[in-house]
Write a protein that binds this ligand. Structure first.
Ligand code: ADP
Length: 232
């Protein structure tokens, strides 16, 4: 399969088992799932069903115990640690519930950081950070520190940081989970806009019922398995 026709993300028989308190927990029990480039998918299901684990495995943050993960047709199961890190920095953006901004860096420095880590010059990284903050309506906040922001602003900064390197695949783990519903709705609309304007492939793990309405596909999980998969 060529890169162009490959799904943005494919999981084939992915198994992930954790040791927990002397026992084993099957977080993913053999998940097979393909997500087309440009799609926007809600991943839903009760707490503990495996949504975060799936995103961590898809985002090259964690490795499966068995099965294959393919990013744009590249089998990442066969890559070494360095190649995985490079691919993650190039192709994937990750947004979490708790923003995970670095408290000692300004907003602009937080957003520029992925580019600096990827080897871009400080000036180029700063310019790119200013541009993406602008698109989030946050240019004015570039010199502030995270603790000077509201939750909704912090999440917009976190999204800016996740997309500053223009990743093809954007993964978000409960991105509205720490926000009130009006603020959360605004965050969901940002994802919708990124998908519509830039064709970014987006997978959102969420409990928010509104998210399902905004996504083109809803994948439901239970006990480490996909139990429903609805195109809308
Ligand atoms: P969800 O995101 O749907 O809430 P998770 O993927 O976080 O689900 O968790 C799936 C299962 O795996 C749960 O039973 C959870 O307790 C377990 N689990 C997740 N991460 C770990 C870990 N690092 N160590 C041990 N167990 C874990």
């Amino acid at each position: 399969m060529t890169e162009d026709s490959a799904p943005a993300l494919a999981l084939e028989g992915v198994i992930k088992v954790y040791d927990e308190g002397g026992g084993k927990v099957t977080a993913l029990g053999g998940v097979t799932l393909a997500i087309a480039a440009g799609d926007m998918v809600a991943l839903m299901g009760p707490s503990g069903c495996g949504k975060s684990t799936l995103l961590h495995v898809a985002g090259l943050i964690d490795t499966p115990d068995a099965g294959r993960v393919l990013i744009a047709g590249t089998d990442v199961s066969r890559l070494g640690d360095d190649a995985r890190t490079l691919l993650r920095r190039r192709a994937i953006g990750f947004v979490s519930q708790f923003f995970n901004l670095l408290p000692t860096l300004t907003v602009r420095e937080n957003v520029a950081l992925p580019l600096v880590l990827a080897g871009q010059s400080a000036v180029a990284a700063r310019d790119a950070a200013v541009r993406v903050l602008d698109t989030m309506g946050l240019r004015y906040a570039g010199d502030r520190y995270p603790h000077q922001l509201s939750g909704g602003q912090m999440q917009r900064v976190a999204i800016a940081r996740a997309i500053v390197h223009q990743p093809a695949l954007l993964l978000a783990d409960e991105p509205t989970g720490s926000l009130d519903s009006a603020t959360g709705q605004g965050i969901l609309e940002i994802f919708t806009r990124l998908n519509a304007d830039h064709g970014q492939t987006i997978v959102l793990a969420t409990h928010a019922p509104e998210a399902a309405g905004l996504c083109r596909r809803v994948v439901r999980m239970r006990d480490g398995s996909v139990v429903a998969d609805e195109a809308r």
